[in-house]
Design a protein around this ligand. Structure first.
Ligand code: DGP
Length: 114
């Protein structure tokens, strides 16, 4: 298995896991860009948001988004707010080719993003 996040999901590479659900796993980002920075991934390999086919893939992404919201709430971000980011492809700044949602919080976010 060569995909980094597949290996994290399989427990082959250590990560600080903060939550799991059926089909998704959440763990701390190795290089945090905010006081709270968690990645939420589907346990099955999906390369990017661009690879979500209409219909059959939607439940998986729904599971990922539901876990992202749960993690944000569990980490105390529900009231203050937070940002969910899905970098997609080269221009989107995606560096790991396994779909992931960044959960960023604990500081005021700025707009536009860089
Ligand atoms: P992106 O640039 O959107 O593809 O985000 C990839 C993120 O993955 C980036 O914020 C750093 C994080 N990351 C890369 N390698 C590892 C790792 O081995 N463990 C963890 N926990 N995070 C990683």
């Amino acid at each position: 298995m060569s995909c980094l996040f597949c290996r994290i999901a399989a427990g082959e590479i250590p990560a600080t896991v903060v939550a799991r659900s059926d089909g998704a796993i959440a763990f701390r980002d190795l290089s945090p860009q905010a006081p709270i920075h968690v990645l939420v991934i589907p346990t099955e390999h999906i390369t990017s948001a661009a690879h979500l086919a209409p219909g059959n893939r939607s439940p998986v992404f729904g599971e990922v988004m539901a876990l992202a919201a749960q993690v944000a709430a569990d980490l105390g971000l529900a009231e203050s707010g937070y940002r969910l980011v899905v970098n997609t492809g080269k221009d989107g700044g995606q560096s790991v080719d396994h779909l992931h949602v960044h959960v960023l919080g604990g500081r005021q976010m700025t707009w536009p993003p860089g």
